[in-house]
Structures are given as structure tokens and as C-alpha cells.
Design a protein around this ligand. Structure first.
Ligand code: SF4
Length: 347
């Protein structure tokens, strides 16, 4: 399943996405959801993916898991490669959607935490049953061993009294407890990669902080890599090593968490950071907002996808030509004609 036309992945690389394109065929035409997305995840690191709703964050990870909707149309030429053990590159392509290997990877080598556990978990099975089925499927073990593993996992995610929790249905738990059970389910086969798709969006801030602490401690303990999807820059600062910022289906900037927070090069990243309230900020100063709204995906503007909202847009250039990706020191890059030249003006 490896692709001989691509250079081999370096040994530290776990996941490599190149030029991934996903659209959806609808009655009103084809909608492009993900456009030429390229990013990677190294072993043991946390990649934060930030962007507004509709930026293509979740569709990209669903393409990795091969969980795209039936009307999804993938562009030719893109590739998603996964190297779980460091010695075999696997191509996660659409043809392998229901292959045996893909079923082993999904839920086995790659775990996924969904945004809303109430809909992701089955309402008619206990959380124990759901974990046990996954364990029995991937580890080929019996019920007794699987139940012991379910209890162990529920304890690991710090649910009180796991021997009792294992027999509870999702509706008998609070939102925070359900999300912990969802994390236990995602971790049940010791994944090398955990995809967390906005796992704290539906939770109150106290529970959100607890879940983030839990994910950080589990990552330290288990050494897995995490793709953490969120629309909240504060959460990314807390958990990520590297960050990718998405807008209208494209990665517009990527870099280390320090580079993105202290030296952002793309006007969109700069505007997002300026819209975050900060402790000690003068009360009389209004928070900056990004004017306008994300364009209709049926009608993506020509040129730079951000030019309709960008304060620095050059109508002749930005409105007609897609910007090149400019590279900076430390693996930082930005998709802007003037990347790195606008920070002073933007402050
Ligand atoms: Fe703004 Fe032009 Fe850069 Fe796009 S290319 S972000 S419109 S300055």
C-alpha cells in the first residue's frame, strides 16, 4: 500500500498529508471543502488545527479515517500516508475505505474522539459494552479480558467508581463523564495517533479544563501523537506543539506554537490572535473583529481566499492570483503574497 512516486517518510513521521482535496457533490453543484491540504504529524507530538466553522478541519480528519460521506469526491493526486510502526508506510486511500487493514487502523492504531459524545456513543448500549466490543474486535480476546480492560480504561480517564460506570448507559452520565467515556473508547487499543475533533466544544469551561488536563496527562503517559481540532486559540496554546490554521479549506499558516503566537505571518492568523481577550488588556479598548463572514463555499472568491476580509488586500494581485506558500525559519509557512511583511501594520 505504499506509494513509490513519493519520497519515503522520515522515520519520525507518523502521518503525512499531501495535496488532499475533498469536495461534495450536491444538488446545487460541487462544493469544495478541502483544497490542497498538506500537513504532517510526527510521533508523540500534538498538532493543533484551528479555524472557523466550515474551514475544512473535520472533513480533512474524516478523510484520514476514511469516514467521509457517500457524496464526497476526492481529488486525484493527493495522498495520505501513515507509518504506525516506523517500518511500513500505508497509503490511506479511498479504495481502501472498507479494507481489512483500514478496519484495523480505524479504532486500533488511530483513535478518534468526536465532538458530541451523546451522538457519537450508542444510546442503547452501556459504555462498557461499547468499549468491550472494540477491544474484542481488535485484540481478539474474550469477554472477561475485555471487561477488565474497559474497567481499567474508565479508571484511567478518571471516572469515579469504574466498576459501576462500566454498566451505565450514556444518558445516565453527565456531559463531562460521557466525554471521558468517549476518550476511554478512543484509547482502548493503545493508538499511536489520537484525533480529537473539537472534544471540548460542548462542555462548560471547568469541565473543558479538566478534559484538556486529562488529555495532556494521557499523552505524557502513553506517548501517542494527537491531532487536536478546535476553533479556540486559547486551547491550542495550552496543548499543541505545532499549529495549522485553516481558512476556507486551505492551510493558510503553519508553524510551531511559539511562532504562530509570537510571530504570526498571515493576516488571518494575526486578526484571529488580536480578537482574543487578554488579561490586563485596557477595558476601554474594543476587541478587534474580522469584518465580513466566511464566503459561501459554493462561491469561493478568486485569488486569495481571504481577500474579501483582509485589511491588506491588494485588489489587483490578491483578488486574482492565489498566493504562493512562503516558507520561514523553523518550518513556519504562510499562504499570502505579503506574508511576513504586514505584521507591523497589523498591530
Ligand atoms: Fe491578505 Fe493579500 Fe495576503 Fe490574502 S494574499 S492574506 S488578501 S494580503
Amino acid at each position: 500500500m505504499s506509494n513509490p512516486t513519493l519520497p519515503p517518510m522520515p522515520s519520525e513521521r507518523l502521518l503525512d498529508l499531501r495535496d488532499v482535496q475533498v469536495g461534495f457533490a450536491t444538488r446545487d453543484g460541487r462544493v469544495a471543502a478541502v483544497n490542497s491540504v498538506t500537513y504532517h504529524v510526527d510521533r508523540g507530538e500534538v498538532l493543533g488545527i484551528v479555524g472557523e466553522s466550515g474551514s475544512g478541519k473535520s472533513v480533512t480528519v474524516r478523510a484520514i479515517m476514511r469516514l467521509l460521506a457517500k457524496n464526497a469526491v476526492e481529488g486525484a493526486g493527493g495522498s495520505i500516508r501513515f507509518n504506525p510502526d516506523g517500518d511500513r508506510e500505508l497509503l490511506l486511500s479511498a479504495e481502501h475505505k472498507n479494507s481489512r487493514l483500514m478496519r484495523e487502523i480505524r479504532g486500533g492504531r488511530i483513535g478518534m474522539i468526536f465532538q458530541e459524545p451523546m451522538t457519537a456513543l450508542s444510546p442503547v448500549h452501556t459504555v462498557g459494552t461499547q468499549i468491550m466490543r472494540t477491544v474484542m474486535l481488535h485484540r481478539k480476546c474474550g469477554r472477561t479480558e475485555a471487561r477488565a480492560r474497559a474497567v481499567e480504561l474508565l479508571g484511567k480517564v478518571q471516572l469515579p467508581n469504574p466498576e459501576e460506570m462500566v454498566d451505565r448507559y450514556p444518558h445516565q452520565m453527565s456531559g463531562g463523564m460521557r466525554q471521558r467515556a468517549m476518550i476511554a473508547l478512543a484509547l482502548c487499543c493503545d493508538p499511536v495517533l489520537l484525533i480529537a475533533d473539537e472534544p471540548t466544544t460542548a462542555l462548560d469551561v471547568t469541565t473543558e479544563a479538566q478534559i484538556l488536563d486529562l488529555l495532556k496527562s494521557l499523552q505524557d503517559e502513553l506517548g501517542m501523537a494527537i491531532i487536536f481540532i478546535t476553533h479556540n486559540f486559547g486551547v491550542v496554546a495550552d496543548i499543541a506543539d505545532r499549529v495549522a490554521v485553516m481558512y476556507l479549506g486551505r492551510i493558510v499558516e503553519t508553524g510551531s506554537v511559539d511562532d504562530i503566537f509570537y510571530a504570526p505571518k498571515h493576516p488571518y492568523t494575526q486578526a484571529l490572535l488580536q480578537s482574543i481577550p487578554r488579561l490586563g488588556q485596557a477595558r476601554v479598548r474594543r476587541l478587534k473583529t474580522i469584518r465580513g463572514s466566511v464566503p459561501d463555499p459554493y462561491n469561493v472568491p478568486k485569488g486569495c481566499p481571504f481577500h474579501t476580509r483582509c485589511d491588506f488586500a491588494d485588489a489587483a494581485l490578491c483578488g486574482t492570483e492565489l498566493p504562493p506558500r512562503k516558507a520561514f525559519a523553523g518550518d513556519q509557512s504562510a499562504l499570502c503574497h505579503f506574508a511576513g511583511e504586514l505584521r507591523e501594520a497589523g498591530q
